[in-house]
Design a protein around this ligand. Sequence first.
Ligand code: UD1
Ligand code: F6R
Length: 365
Amino acid sequence: KKGSYDHFMQKEIHEQPHSLTTTMRGRLKDGGILLGGLKEHLKTIRRSRRVVFIGCGTSYNAALAARPFVEELTGIPVTMEVASDLLDRQGPIYREDTAVLVSQSGETADTLLALDYALENGALCVGVTNTVGSTLSRRTHCGVHINAGCEIGVASTKAYTSQIVAMAMMALAIGSDQISTQARRDAIISGLSSLPRNVSEVLKLDVEMKDLASSLIDSESLLVFGRGYNYATALEGALKVKEVALMHSEGMLAGEMKHGPLALVDENLPIIVIATRDACFSKQQSVIQQLLSRKGRLIVMCSKGDASAVCRSGSCRVIEVPEVADCLQPVINIIPLQLLAYHLTVLRGFDVDQPRNLAKSVTTQ
Ligand code: UD1
Ligand code: F6R
């Protein structure tokens, strides 16, 4: 079933042009978005006072990647909840809320308990899952199947990118009654159509990521700085590295750098900075300058052609990725980090598809 690949994780990373195509199949219609599972509920969602995203691990990170564009395209405030933390706090959920529960398997215990809790509190509950017939799919009021195809590797890869795309379509559908954002929506829809092609393009970085991995094999730790649309990319990249390569890694909000993390910077600690083009670009340029002035060992991810704009001195290692619509950039940017985590794991001699102590579906609390 792995075909020409050595591992399921590798196969699933390289499958993403196809899995994203199936996520969108039949849903980009006549320049608009058709999500069969949501169309009867869009009015209720538009009237809600808040969207509450709920998930665990990678699914939480996908929701975090979706947060900025859901806020932008719908105008509804979005709050984020790690499922276990919502339950620990018994945080407030109201009838006027739309709870969006994100889970690849649809069987994660904490997410299902958070669903029960949101249902008890009267929220409209929307599922985003890869598994037709899963408990999440059955118990939510409505939802979207991401149709990424079965994911076998314990580390979630293709489900992450399909979750983001499914939530982009969801945001476009919810916001579709707003005339003032029509041009923006058209641009994003056109970005969605060309996304699989751009994903194929970024996958060509495979060899370069293997080479980068070989330079990091003996590192004890790896930091990833992101902000805006790509804060989630930083968290998710770091999660992949820690869970499969068994290397300590933290994703950090670049805007928080001066409030603590900067103390860690020296010439040894590798730091990935995500600085692709968007409204935060100039802020990331100054983050890079500040890290370089402290002799940071930088790996900068930037848009194609921006190598000298992000690192004039030439002292950073640069990963150039194709530029897509800003809010879809997280789908592109995570892929080199998935490849990096994969190669780092193989080079360090660990089990890629079955990381130590982890299970594909966490059905206990
Ligand atoms: C559906 C069909 C698809 C068909 C298409 C044709 C299924 C599973 N999907 O896709 O095979 O090609 O129509 O128009 O038969 N739902 C939840 N919670 C979730 C996820 C989904 O309640 O977490 C519900 C949806 O609200 C919907 C149903 O499940 O009622 C199917 O969802 P989805 O597969 O996303 O709908 P379509 O894309 O319309
Ligand atoms: C990371 C990973 C886990 C899952 C988490 C939620 O690669 O796979 O963090 O994302 O256990 O699982 P689902 O999405 O099935 O609810």
